[in-house]
Design a protein around this ligand. Sequence first.
Ligand code: MIC
Ligand code: SF4
Length: 639
Amino acid sequence: MGQSLTQKILASHLVSGNLKLGNEIALRIDQTLTQDATGTMAYLQFEAMNLSRVQTECSVSYIDHNTLQTGFENADDHAFLQSAAARFGAYFSRPGNGICHQVHLERFARPGRTLLGSDSHTPTAGGMGMLAIGAGGLDVAVAMGGGPFYLPSPKVLRVWLTGQLSEWVSAKDIILEVLRNLTVKGGVGKIIEYAGPGVKTLTVPERSTITNMGAELGASSSIFPSDEQTLRFLEAQGRAEDWVPLSADEDADYDEELKIDLSLLVPMIAQPHSPDNVVPVSDLAETPVQQVAIGSCTNSSYQDLMRVSQILKGKHVHPSVSLVISPGSRQVLTMLSGNGALTDLLDSGARLLESTCGPCIGMGQSPMSKAVSVRTFNRNFKGRSGTQDASVFLASPEVAAACALTGYITDPRTLDASSQVEYPQQFRIDDSMILPPGDPDTPIRRGPNIQPLPIAPELDNILDLPIILKLGDNITTDDIMPAGSKILPLRSNIPAISEYTFHKIDPQFATRAKELKQSIIIAGHNYGQGSSREHAALAPMYLGLRVVLAQSFARIHRANLINFGILPLTFVNEEDLARLSQGMILHLTDLHKAIRTDAPFAITTDNGTSPILVRHDLTDRQAKILLAGGLLNSTKAAH
Ligand code: MIC
Ligand code: SF4
């Protein structure tokens, strides 16, 4: 039996474990990336583990999220990260150079290698044939230090592509179609591998739009083969020597399969408030639009923005629409300015933003009250835009440009324009905003926004925990720890940021948690979906959260909970969730023994009902981490 592409890369990077489904495997990590909103913690953790220099082929520290600088906080973080990168041996991509995933794809990603990034959209580099995985900052810090990355051996789901996209239908429509089929939970525990004759029709930036948004499926990663298209992209980036051909064996076996005929796809759109709430754009025609935002790590490549400029050229944005554009990188922006496309965009009335995440993470450009905002981004969770009652839709750059022109949700096939653009022979290469690793004696700059790391307490053997919150399905990390221009600058200051924990769901959460001292949360399926932000574990830990009991968890968040000493438990009988309510006290006894054994165990309640049977599904390694009070404690204990 042949191997899938995923199995080939996993096998060539296997440090321990075997590739039997569900077994914990340890992988050697060739490259890492961090961004500023998670990177400050990652570098503080690298330091706290007494590591001195990164051991990877390359580690890159990007500044792309927190660039508004409305106070000293962001600039403090930038200075800290610049000095830490120099001292610890990482490359430093300066603010303004672009969004981490776009720049990494352009300048660093290599087929066949592994990449671990402290951002959930790290799989963007899968468009290059790289096995790229998102993780919490602490896991990335360990990988920077040369340690392996642990994950359960995944299922591999093949998406078999045939046919060719019609004009006005683009890569975004492919991933929206996958999301429509599989939902935001459909990728959990899986790597999505794209194959079939349709693959060769897609360029690397198009493939990367698809692998990027595989994060919204909950998938561990998504990957395309490395072929002539990959070589063409690398040649145009002046990096042909990084190319190796890579694909699955013809007789490879897959756990699951989804078939998509590209020729049958039409322009699609995800409706509020979930990326899998997908319908054809034509179903929503005539819906008035107040804002269009084009950019983000999903859709801000050179080709994407060239298509937009071509659609807008010589025309004007509808008077009731605010159109904002954030190019993915300085490479993209300078190429647009060099060939005049930027002028076409500006002439149309577009508002130009920095090459950063910007509105995608609520850093400015919040839409007006009750607005409809059409965005080329990847997430439309309620309130993420900064406007709680806004309706955010996700679509391709072509659809977004069409909406900007007409003021309505518009199928771009109805436009009198062309969306064909030429693929560049050569991208504009200027790495002057990427600083190479510096002197190991560089002093670390630590402004007042850089607060020491809180360390988790050891888990008690007996716990009486009040249920502080009862939650439903698909709770996102944006629900747990919101982002946006007010809260994001506090990412390196846990005492300050913890005040915003669950702020949008329960503004009193932090106060109540501190009063209760210790607590438990209960929830439905896919708890912690979305981002890799470990603040969604760190801040609740700081406020005394000891256990989360859910019907199921998202992968990265579950790992983050364990890393910060919070016990993730699941129900043996899912219906038991209905028997529990906020305010009840749950009694956990002989917890240490329960953690050391695999068997389900009982939790009793204070209202006399029969016990609740739960399980932890921890590996021995994870059990040790939890008993030590988190990964930092257990790493220190091991030294
Ligand atoms: C996001 O898109 O939610 C973020 C902001 O990029 C996060 C990382 C973070 O919270 O810093 C992610 O996707 O992991
Ligand atoms: Fe940045 Fe948005 Fe991409 Fe997250 S999803 S990395 S916030 S552009």
